[in-house]
Design a protein around this ligand. Structure first.
Ligand code: ADP
Ligand code: MG
Length: 287
């Protein structure tokens, strides 16, 4: 049914512990700070924030690759901690910024793309190869790519193969962490539009992570703005772009639109007063 929660985070926090080394000491970092959100069936949640704001850490928590220190994660109403790996792999897939991290350079694309089926013990090897051929076709890669190696492909083709691998097991939820940031500008929009088309064809619910407001605006039905580990604003995409309310959201939009980067915009890396003001400002959570 449309609108059912596919992913729910309740009050999730995660801290990377500090370390006192011989040569350098690292402070602990609260990368995710009391985040709650719900992604409903059919939503595309855009998660935006500057580098270091905690987006990838939150993605890893959503995928179950990191266990939150406190808080709960549920997939389709089941608590993450009570699900088997197989149950999770049926629900959720991911693509990352660098397709090399999901494509093994020593294996053919056909092998890598069909591997999730092998892991789940689905089909004979011939059936799996056939399914890989079909899914490669769907993402715009002709069947000759079955026997290609990642280093024989362009960045855009590799990201298409990574998408094929993510979709071969028919997940409900696809999490994309900076899916086009490593690609040439000319192929970025092709890959984004492919994702939007697949969303329709596969009835997908998605989380799209980006530091780029235009990518988020193009893709999302809802937007969560992250700053220093917290969600500072959460709203329908239309409303957020028409009426950004948190000063950090306003800042992100200004810096996207501004022709001269930094013109009249405080630099949060150096402007501690502006940074504190953002942190102290109440959040706008409109969902
Ligand atoms: P984003 O994806 O928004 O750029 P990250 O989730 O990668 O942000 O990082 C959030 C914060 O956690 C940053 O301050 C980063 O330095 C820190 N961090 C990320 N990964 C690690 C790690 N493996 N060990 C220690 N700190 C980390
Ligand atoms: Mg990141």
């Amino acid at each position: 049914m449309s609108g059912d929660p596919v992913l729910e985070l309740r009050n999730v926090s995660y801290e990377f512990p500090g370390r006192r080394g011989l040569f350098a000491t690292r402070q602990s970092v609260r990368a995710v700070d009391q985040v709650s959100l719900v992604v409903k069936k059919g939503d595309v949640l855009g998660l935006v924030g500057e580098s270091g704001s905690g987006k990838s850490t939150l993605a890893k928590i959503m995928l179950g690759l990191l266990k939150p220190d406190i808080g709960d994660v549920s997939l389709s109403g089941l608590r993450r901690g009570e699900m088997t790996r197989k149950q999770v792999s049926k629900q959720v897939s991911f693509i990352f910024q660098d397709p090399y991290s999901s494509l093994n350079p020593r294996h053919t694309v056909g092998y890598t793309v069909s591997y999730p089926l092998y892991l789940r013990g689905e089909g004979s090897s011939r059936e799996r190869k056939e399914r890989a051929r079909e899914i490669l076709e769907v993402v715009g890669l002709p069947s000759r790519f079955l026997d290609a190696y990642p280093n024989q492909m362009s960045g855009g083709q590799r990201q298409r193969a990574a998408i094929a691998r993510a979709l071969i097991s028919n997940p409900k939820l696809l999490i994309c962490d900076e899916p086009t940031s490593a690609l040439d500008v000319s192929v970025q929009s092709q890959v984004l539009n492919l994702l939007l088309k697949l969303r329709e064809d596969f009835d997908l619910t998605m989380v799209i992570i980006s530091h780029n407001m235009s990518v988020i605006q193009h893709m999302s039905t809802n937007v969560a703005v992250m700053y220093l580990g917290k969600i500072v604003e959460l709203n329908l995409s239309e409303d957020l772009f028409a009426r950004p309310r948190h000063p950090y959201t306003q800042l992100l939009l200004k810096s996207t639109l501004s022709v001269a980067p930094g013109a009249g915009i405080p630099d949060l890396r150096t402007d501690t007063a502006a940074r504190e003001a953002m942190r102290e400002h109440p959040s706008y959570l409109c969902m």
